[in-house]
Design a binder for this molecule. Structure first.
Ligand SMILES: *Cc1c(COP(=O)(O)O)cnc(C)c1O
Length: 431
């Protein structure tokens, strides 16, 4: 499969080049040159397929022939080696739990897939690849776990000191081996700036092979379509039209769902569920795209003011506003509304949602007001204990820590503090 840059000023790239580079040389996101609909039989017989078979059908055209079939099968098997259960609240609303992976956030799927692809491409090479990640919380942990112990790949995570949750920090800083955590004296944007600067630093890139592991990378983005298929497989017999409500930040997850639809998966509609960082909610109403300064919220993984993957969503809809509106609705909510939703979900359904999932639930409810003959599935993108202080305060309960989290909480934090780009660069050159 070939990929082109959405800025259209860079040469086409193979899957391998797109994964290794991350972003195209013209700073555009890579996009698949063709998207071929799967045969109808896949959807007609989906209940007879295993999850591995479904995932293979979904992703094969995007990665072959560069990853041979047998290797791809092995990569998929390892990537999805945990559950993706759908929990039904009632006839109209379900949640798809995406938090059963090692770091208890949906990003585990993309991170594990990408790590294994890079490792495949790096076989037999002597040169190491360094993956740089700036994180405001979940990405770093998922990427670190995904790449742990992968040969030929070093991971360097930059996170803002004192600004990630205790659980998230432990997930970043306790792994060791090929993972290093750098604690930056600053905010998330400072971390992000250092990573961007490193990619543009020719002295650095001539000596070290660098790549990035956020959802701009096609190998992290595309496998996120798998669980839309899994949810459909489970709900197909019971419900007619299915709508997905996706708590969205950088819009990678929802955009992967749209690729699944393009492949023929019968999805009636998408809802982008947002917090007060609501540039897309406003855009769909007014056709004006005007990003504002990022606002800090209790659903902090969605504190993004200018979502990178929106360019891919526009491309999927041929840059046509009407066609986009037909496929996508968006609602946004305040922190107070989010907290009230956490309480409502607990009271009505005896279910504990995290702040991101709670926003997905609210968006389902608002959408159902106008289109009630559908089944709305909101994605529960992280386990509630990842946002422990908020959830415990709102519900006035003590949550038991799941095994995955307990294990890291007992480990010792190892990190290195850096204060500016100069120190960061010195670290990279002198490791
Ligand atoms: C990353 C993240 C999101 C946002 O996903 P995007 O693909 O960036 O839209 C939502 N919820 C949680 C818990 C996340 O970690």
């Amino acid at each position: 499969m070939n990929y082109y840059s959405l800025n259209k000023k860079a040469p086409h790239a193979s899957f391998k080049e797109a994964v290794v580079k991350g972003l195209a040389p013209d700073k555009g996101l890579y996009f698949p040159k063709t998207i071929t609909r799967l045969e109808d039989s896949v959807f007609e017989n989906i209940e007879h397929l295993t999850r591995e078979e479904i995932a293979l059908k979904a992703i094969e055209q995007f990665v072959s022939p560069e990853i041979p079939l047998e290797n791809l099968k092995a990569i998929i098997k390892e990537t999805i080696a945990f559950d993706f259960p759908v929990v039904e609240f009632n006839d109209q609303i379900s949640t798809l739990e995406l938090f059963h992976g090692p770091t208890m956030a949906f990003k585990d799927v993309g991170a594990r897939f990408m790590a294994r692809c890079l490792s495949h491409f790096n076989q037999g090479k002597t040169e190491e690849i360094t993956v740089l990640v700036a994180t405001s919380g979940d990405t770093g942990g998922a990427v670190a776990h995904g790449f742990l112990g992968v040969k030929g790949v070093k991971v360097v995570i930059l996170y803002p000191k004192g600004r990630v949750s205790v659980v998230q920090e432990k997930q970043l800083t306790t792994l060791g081996q090929n993972i290093t955590a750098l604690e930056v004296n600053g905010v998330f944007d400072d971390c992000q700036d250092m990573v961007k600067r490193a990619f543009l630093d020719e002295e650095l890139t001539s000596k070290i092979q660098l790549t990035s592991a956020n959802s701009i990378n096609v190998a992290r983005w595309l496998p996120q379509m798998f669980y839309f298929f899994f949810a459909y497989q489970e709900l197909k017999k019971k419900h007619g039209k299915i709508v997905f409500s996706v708590p969205s930040g950088n819009f990678g997850n929802i955009c992967a769902g749209m690729i699944a639809k393009k492949l023929g998966l019968p999805i009636h509609h998408f809802i982008a569920a947002n917090n007060e960082n609501n540039v897309i909610t406003k855009f769909l109403k007014t056709k004006q795209y005007s990003p504002e300064t990022t606002v800090a919220t209790i659903s902090n993984a969605m504190d993004v003011s200018n979502p990178s993957n929106f360019a891919r969503i526009q491309e999927l809809h041929d840059q046509d506003f009407k066609s986009l509106q037909k496929d996508l609705s968006s609602f946004s909510y305040t922190d107070q509304q989010t907290e009230d939703a956490i309480t409502e979900i607990k009271t009505k359904y005896n279910y504990i949602a995290d702040p991101h999932g709670a926003i997905g639930y609210l968006a389902c409810k608002d959408y159902l007001k106008d289109d009630e003959k559908v089944h709305c599935v909101f994605l529960e993108t992280a386990h509630p204990t990842k946002f422990l202080p908020t959830v415990e305060r709102v519900l006035n309960v003590k949550l038991a820590l799941p095994e995955q989290i307990k294990q890291v909480m007992n480990k010792k934090k190892i990190s290195m503090e850096i204060k500016d780009y100069k120190e960061f660069k010195e670290y990279l050159l002198n490791r």
